[in-house]
Design a protein around this ligand. Structure first.
Ligand code: PLP
Length: 552
């Protein structure tokens, strides 16, 4: 295009153009395009996604990367707003992933209620920054209220407690974060500073660093204990906090994928024996990422209280189950945790991204308080003082509105549907000769694998022969990887896969297919279709790679 043509099409960076596009769509055509797409997105979200976004696209990652290699920022405008929006809808969306499809049951990211997009838009429009009151005012006050509501859901303290703390200037019940990772980091940050607090010379580890703090306590390392099913964000946290991700010690699980309490107790005993190791925290998982399983929280709470160890519950996934009268008892013991992580963008069905962390002790966050003269002076009520993050959007408004729109009972309908559909799915898997259920759903996640009919007999025959069992599992690994990949590439359905070792003591484990049922539009009929498709793919694999030692 020559310079003149650019001018004619308005593709020029001058003040007049900027004034136009900064404030409103520059012309009628642009407005029409925006209205067309926004109307679809705001009022027909599920249809819009079905029509415009792939479950998975056949295009390879390698090919995709060839289109995204240009690294120069164009000095002049390249496109008008109107065509940028059209491009996003017609070129980007089809190559994104329709996580809202009822057939997309592989991950913890799925459909959200359509009104979440409206709420998110309003939050963006108001553009409040809850780091401080001067940029958020009522939204900081509202955030405190929402935090207190969720705190109450977890800890069930009395009305007097919440009246005292909900808007108190010097106590804090929790914090909003970008997600579970940063929520866990905040919890471990508090646990670390608490652990080292008050020791002569180590006060505070936050100021002096790790070495003098360790020296003052007379220890050489500080550990946290979490089951093997723990989320890797805990390792990140311990690495960032300067205590070494190798010091996140993975504890054995029992056959139900729950923390093995006997083993945990013996590890704690042996760690305590030499006096060189500080045990800063024990983490219980309420809804493990891979299996959805829940650790024995009451037992962990007893143990931690006995030994004065910080008890953290990672309920990033399972926390919202507390809204369900029927299934809340699965999380019994969570109310005794010193800190709790809950994700907003998982089972609170909020848009990406939002997480929260809560503390039983309203003064716990004092351990990580920071002040700065220009933002939040000492004695101010700004939320940025006791938060890992600086500038933040007003996500509390989204959660508060959603709780008003649906009520805890509305949320419970979705939670119960997920758990009950997962249970029905498990029964369906057990009823089919070509599948084996590996971890039954405690909540709404389960793992299973494909197995040729009759193959389990071979395992029985191989009873004590570990080498033979490994050989048999290797074949199943190949089969399940093939099934998962082929189904994903076919583009209609998606389950994920992971490797777990369901037999205590067996380190290598095997490949399993993993389903997360959180979409209210995912029904048993949909799940049966997914299994049917997998069986078809499996049969193709058997033909090409007959199972060793079996005549089909
Ligand atoms: C998802 C998850 C996390 C991490 O949360 P993000 O929001 O992805 O940062 C931590 N713990 C558990 C148990 C999770 O399921």
């Amino acid at each position: 295009m020559s310079g003149n043509e650019e001018k004619k099409f308005g593709l020029v960076a001058d003040w007049a153009t900027l004034e136009r596009i900064f404030i409103r769509p520059e012309d009628g055509a642009c407005r029409k395009t925006l209205v067309k797409y926004m109307e679809q997105i705001l009022f027909g979200l599920q249809d819009f996604l079905k029509d415009n976004v792939g479950v998975t696209e056949e295009i390879s990652l390698k090919e995709l990367t060839t289109y995204y290699r240009d690294t120069l920022i164009s000095p002049d405008p390249e496109k008008k707003l109107e065509s940028v929006i059209s491009d996003i809808i017609t070129k980007i969306a089809p190559r994104a992933v329709n996580v809202a499809s009822p057939y997309f049951v592989g991950h913890m990211t799925a459909a959200i209620p359509f009104f979440m997009v409206h709420l998110k838009t309003i939050v963006a429009a108001l553009n409040q920054n809850v780091i401080k009151l001067e940029t958020s005012k009522v939204l900081s006050v509202l955030e405190r209220q929402v935090l207190a509501k969720i705190h109450r859901l977890i800890y069930q303290r009395d009305e007097g407690f919440y009246q005292k703390h909900v808007q108190s200037i010097d106590t804090t019940l929790g914090a909003f974060t970008t997600g579970g990772t940063t929520a866990n980091l905040m919890a471990m940050w508090v646990a670390r500073n608490r652990f080292f607090h008050g020791q002569e010379g180590s006060d505070r580890i936050e100021d002096q660093g790790v070495v003098p703090a360790m020296r003052a306590r007379g220890i050489e390392r500080a550990v946290i204990l979490v089951s093997k099913r723990g989320h890797y964000s805990l390792k990140k946290a311990w690495g960032i906090l300067g205590l070494g991700n190798k010091n996140v010690l993975p504890m054995d699980v029992d056959q139900y994928q729950r923390m093995d309490m006997k083993k945990l107790e013996s590890v704690i005993k042996s760690l305590s024996a030499d006096g060189k190791t500080g045990i800063v925290a024990v983490v219980g998982i309420a809804g493990a990422t891979e299996t959805g399983t829940v650790d024995p929280l009451p037992d962990l709470a007893d143990l931690c209280r006995e030994r004065g160890i910080h008890f953290h519950v990672d309920a990033a996934w399972g926390g919202p189950v507390l809204l369900s009268e029927r299934y809340a008892p699965v999380l019994r013991g969570i109310e005794r945790a010193d800190s709790v992580t809950i994700d907003g963008h998982k089972q609170f069905y909020m848009p990406m991204t939002s997480g929260m962390v809560f503390f039983k002790d309203p003064r716990a966050l004092d351990h990580i308080a920071y002040h700065s003269n220009y933002v939040n002076r000492e004695g101010s009520v700004d939320l940025g003082i006791k938060s890992l993050e600086g500038s933040r959007e007003a996500n509390a408004l989204i959660l508060d509105s959603a709780l008003k729109i649906m009520g805890s009972r509305g949320y419970a309908l979705m939670i119960d549907h997920g758990i009950e559909t997962a249970k029905a799915f498990a029964a369906e898997i057990e009823g089919r000769a070509m599948f084996e259920l590996i971890t039954p759903p405690v909540l709404n996640i389960l793992t299973y694998r494909m197995i040729p009919p009759g193959y389990s007999r071979l395992f029985a025959d191989a009873d004590t022969d570990a080498g033979r069992r490994e050989f048999l599992n290797d074949y199943l690994d190949e089969l399940n990887i093939y099934v998962q990949r082929t189904q994903r590439e076919a583009g209609k359905s998606f389950v994920s896969r992971t490797r777990i070792s369901p037999v205590p003591g067996d380190e290598k484990g095997f490949v399993v297919l993993r389903s997360v049922i959180m979409n209210p539009m995912t029904t048993l009929a949909v799940l049966k279709e997914i299994l049917d498709e997998q069986e078809g793919i499996g049969r193709i694999f058997f033909r090409q790679n007959p199972p060793p030692g079996l005549v089909l």
